[in-house]
Every structure is written in structure tokens, then in C-alpha cells.
Design a protein around this ligand. Structure first.
Ligand code: NZQ
Ligand code: ZN
Length: 387
């Protein structure tokens, strides 16, 4: 096992009705609140009114309209301006991963005098960030328990994972009932994203038995509970298990002591959603099985055997390449079964910009350090196989 130094400072408050604790949590942090949210789902589920009622003694400034694949301009820039103008003490993010990621970039930008892009692009290291509290309404990214946010800059086709320990939320409210209204499309995409977070940590050169067990259990829980959520969107037990599995999936616990990964599928997908603004989890579901086929070799086959046997219950007595290929096919079919479009063409991506995207990924994503290093040509091949 490799050395590690690990701390997650985020308080998780989980379960039905936990939002009643919001005023107490917020009061300990500050009075002037920037309330961030998306296009309006929080109003439809009554959460917006509930938050305003609970925070009636606070001074609220609002930043609505944060889009999926949150944009630097206008959302991050508007949020930073609002924080500075209104001397905001704390950001309250209410929504999915996009609202929270945007809030993280705002939190750092609000405490910086220059262009916030300096921070997101790692030109300058933030010295401080505003505290963030979030109420999650969509289970998937794990942003509620990690210190990263992914921000898109449309004019340069950049989608950057901005990571800094200053960006851990102080407190995340996780009430599974808020996810009952998440559409089938977003439920399935959320599952694919969370599964891929686990796979990015599982497919590495060296992993402990303990971490492998966590990962395999996480994958099984996500697959079983996603199907249950799709069959009955109000299934509390299934929504709750899914939410918890997603929360744990991205903060690095499953990778502690393992050899590094490089997160290749995320590196490739971020370019797809930067160039075409597609749903992150759908892009990942399309890329993952093609990437798996591409990296299958004598070096990796044993990992795939373990995955196939322990996650999909494939007979361990079969030939190892047969097991590996069957596991990859079963991964593909699971995503297909939960309703994800499984070709890039299905989400509006043709071959026209594959070369350009492969170049962008090779230059910006550092995939030459992945478990199986990927060159620009390799990335183009994976993208072409995904068409
Ligand atoms: O905008 P509203 O009206 O809120 O609607 C949203 C949005 O249209 C809707 N939604 C959210 N909660 C809902 C709901 N609809 C009905 N009922 C509810 N309860 O769902 C749509 C998608 O929301 P979004 O926040 O974009 O989804 P998600 O949580 O999947 O976030 C995606 C973003 O997170 C990034 C992705 O790249 C993408 O930009 N990621 C962030 C990570 C992190 N911070 O650690 C890791 C991930 O790998 C990922 O890259
Ligand atoms: Zn992801």
C-alpha cells in the first residue's frame, strides 16, 4: 500500500426531514447568504419555499439559473460579483452537482482580487474560500463530499476539474426524498457517473483487498438500486442507498493506499461535454466499455476477471479473457438496459471533431499517466469506437 494523508472535513446530515437543522447549521457560519440554484426544479419540489421559510431571519441574495455543465460566464462571474457586492458570509447551494460545483468556484473567486479563472486554471493558488453549505437534490457526482468542482468555459472548449481542499462543503444535507422527482434520464446518467467514479479507482495497477471490496459493493449497490429507482421513483430505500453510494464514490476513500489512476474516462468525457454540452453521465457510459475493450491486455486482464466475477457473478472457472470480455459486455448492457443512449451519434456527436477533441484531451488531461497510458491516437481510437 502507498502512503496517504487524508482528511474530509465535511459534515453529512442524512435522511428524511433533516433540513430542519438548516438554520442551526447556517447560524453558526454567518448571516448573509448567497443562495445558488438551477433552472427551477427546487421550486417545483417546494424546496425553495421551505429554505426561504427556514432562513427568514437571514439576509438572502439569490443566484438562479446555474446550468448543467456550469459555465464560468455568466454563472461563476455573476456569483463572485454578488458575493463581493453583498459581503456574503456563506454560500448555500440547493440543487445537483452543477449548482454545487459552480458554488465552489464562486466561493474561491469571492476571496480573490483577480480574475477567478486564474484559480480554476491553477495559475494562482487560492488563499481562502467562503464556506459552502449544500442541500443536494440529485444523487451522482459526490461533489457534496469532495473538494472539486468542474467548470466549463464555452469559448475555449475548456472543462476543468478545479480541486482544492478549501472547497470541501462545511455541511451537506442529504435528504433522499428530494431526489424522487429526478427524471429517468438523470437517474440513469447519475448511476453511470457514480459507477464510473468507482471504476476509475478500481482499475489501477495495485489496490488493497479492502478497497476492492468497497468498490465492488458500491457498484452492486448502484446497479440494484438504480433499477429500483427507475421502477418506482418514490422508493425511499433505493433512493437513499443510491444517494449514499454516490456520496462516498468520489472523495477518494476507495483509492486510499492504491496506486494512482489518472481517471481516463473522465478525462475523455470532460472534452465531450465541453465541446457538445452533453450530460456527463451519458458520455461516461458511452466511453467506459470502449475504453475497457481498448485497455484489455495481459497487464490488465486480472483486474477485469476480478471485476467480472465479484460484480457480475461470472463463473471464475472460465478462461480469463472470456470472463473479461463478458464483464465488459455486461457493463455495456447494464447501461443500455437502464435507458442510456450508448453511441456518441445518439447524443449528437459525429466524427467531425474527434481529432480536435483527442488533441485537446492529450494536451490537457495528463492521460499519459493513467493505469494504461493513452496517447492522442489511442484517445481518437476510443472515441471512434464510441461513435
Ligand atoms: O437546473 P435544475 O432545474 O435544478 O434541474 C436539474 C438539471 O436540469 C435537474 N435536477 C436536479 N435535481 C432535480 C432535478 N430535476 C428534478 N428533480 C430534482 N430533484 O437535473 C439536471 C442536471 O443537474 P446537474 O446538477 O447538472 O447534474 P449532476 O448532479 O449530474 O451534475 C453534473 C455536473 O457535475 C460535474 C459534471 O462534469 C457536470 O458538470 N461533476 C462534478 C464532480 C465533482 N464535483 O466531484 C465529479 C463528476 O465526475 C462530474 O464531473
Ligand atoms: Zn463524474
Amino acid at each position: 500500500m502507498q502512503n496517504f494523508d487524508y482528511q474530509t472535513p465535511t459534515r453529512l446530515i442524512f435522511g428524511k426531514g433533516v433540513i430542519e437543522k438548516l438554520p442551526e447549521v447556517m447560524a453558526a457560519i454567518g448571516k448573509r447568504v448567497l443562495l445558488t440554484y438551477g433552472a427551477g426544479s427546487i421550486k417545483k419540489i417546494g424546496l425553495y419555499d421551505k429554505v426561504l421559510e427556514l432562513l427568514k431571519d437571514f439576509e438572502i441574495t439569490e443566484l438562479p439559473g446555474i446550468q448543467p455543465n456550469p459555465k464560468y460566464d455568466p454563472s461563476v462571474l455573476d456569483g463572485v460579483r454578488l458575493c463581493k457586492e453583498n459581503h456574503i458570509d456563506v454560500i448555500l447551494s440547493v440543487g445537483g452537482g452543477s449548482v454545487l460545483d459552480c458554488s465552489k468556484a464562486i466561493a474561491a473567486g469571492a476571496m480573490y482580487d483577480g480574475d477567478p479563472w486564474d484559480l480554476i486554471s491553477y495559475k494562482v493558488k487560492a488563499k481562502a474560500a467562503l464556506p459552502i453549505v449544500d442541500i443536494l437534490t440529485l444523487a451522482t457526482t459526490g461533489s457534496e463530499y469532495d473538494c472539486g468542482g468542474v467548470i466549463s468555459r464555452t469559448e475555449t472548449n475548456d472543462k476543468i476539474g478545479y480541486i482544492d481542499p478549501l472547497l470541501y462543503p462545511v455541511c451537506s444535507f442529504l435528504d433522499p426524498t428530494y431526489t424522487f422527482t429526478v427524471s429517468k434520464k438523470q437517474t440513469a446518467a447519475g448511476c453511470a457517473d457514480a459507477m464510473n467514479h468507482i471504476m476509475e479507482q478500481y482499475f489501477v495497477e495495485d489496490a488493497s483487498l479492502l478497497n476492492d471490496g468497497f468498490c465492488e459493493a458500491g457498484l452492486k449497490s448502484l446497479m440494484i438500486n438504480t433499477k429500483a429507482c427507475l421502477a418506482n421513483p418514490n422508493d425511499y430505500r433505493a433512493r437513499a442507498e443510491m444517494m449514499f453510494a454516490c456520496t462516498l464514490g468520489c472523495n477518494g476513500i476507495y483509492a486510499l493506499g492504491n496506486s494512482p489512476s489518472g481517471w481516463p474516462c473522465h478525462g475523455i468525457e470532460h472534452a465531450l461535454s465541453a465541446y457538445y454540452d452533453i450530460t456527463h453521465g451519458e458520455g461516461l457510459a458511452i466511453i467506459t466499455p470502449r475504453w475497457m475493450k481498448f485497455i484489455l491486455s495481459d497487464k490488465t486482464v486480472d483486474r477485469f476477471v476480478k471485476y467480472g466475477v465479484n460484480v457480475f457473478g461470472i463463473d471464475p472457472g472460465m478462461d480469463k479473457y472470456e470472463i473479461a470480455n463478458k464483464a465488459i459486455d455486461m457493463t455495456y448492457h447494464f447501461f443500455e438496459e437502464i435507458g442510456i443512449p450508448m453511441h456518441l451519434r445518439d447524443v449528437g456527436i459525429g466524427e467531425e471533431r474527434i481529432g480536435e477533441m483527442a488533441h485537446h484531451i492529450a494536451v490537457n488531461e495528463g492521460l499519459d499517466h493513467a493505469f494504461v497510458p493513452l496517447t492522442e491516437k489511442d484517445i481518437a481510437e476510443i472515441l471512434t469506437a464510441s461513435l
